[in-house]
Design a protein around this ligand. Sequence first.
Ligand SMILES: [Fe+2]
Length: 194
Amino acid sequence: MIYYRKIPWDNLPAIQEKTIAYLTTKRPDILNRAVDASYWTMHDREILKWVPEINAGAAKYGLVCDYTAAFVMHRNGDGPLHIDNFKFDTRINFPILNCVGTRTQFYTGTTEDGVRHYSPMGSTAGTTVKIPKTASTVLLDEVEVDCVTVLRVNTAHSIWMPPNAPKPRITLTLGFDKDPTFLLDADLSSLNTV
Ligand SMILES: [Fe+2]
């Protein structure tokens, strides 16, 4: 099973800069975590107007973004083992701030093992399912999301920050009109990206 893939995406530095500008200007509640939550669904998708490079890049893969959320992490407890219970098996994640040195780790575990958790911020994904880590839980793979990365969010995963890591760690986790799972093993060699 392939759990993730780092994929080319034009203008990532501009995406990072404009996302920070958007959060600072329009969503300081997210940037500063006005409530103690890490997962923030942005239902209005206004960020896509501020950061047109997201959908410009998605077009190269035949995708249109239709789900936007920010993940704002201060401590390892903010990214416990869970399954996102999303409509597709994968989303595409963008590192925005302080992601270098962190790890997204994939483990064994199914939704039947877990406890349904309702995001206080009203995730349109509905729920995530928290999975207990036990002696039989096995690490399957891990990735540092230091560039645009397709992730199997419906496989159990947690996010790890090293001790004394700068915070907040911020990623965008984006859903699309089509399931991006095909990108995990697609031939991308003909793509013209910078
Ligand atoms: Fe997740």
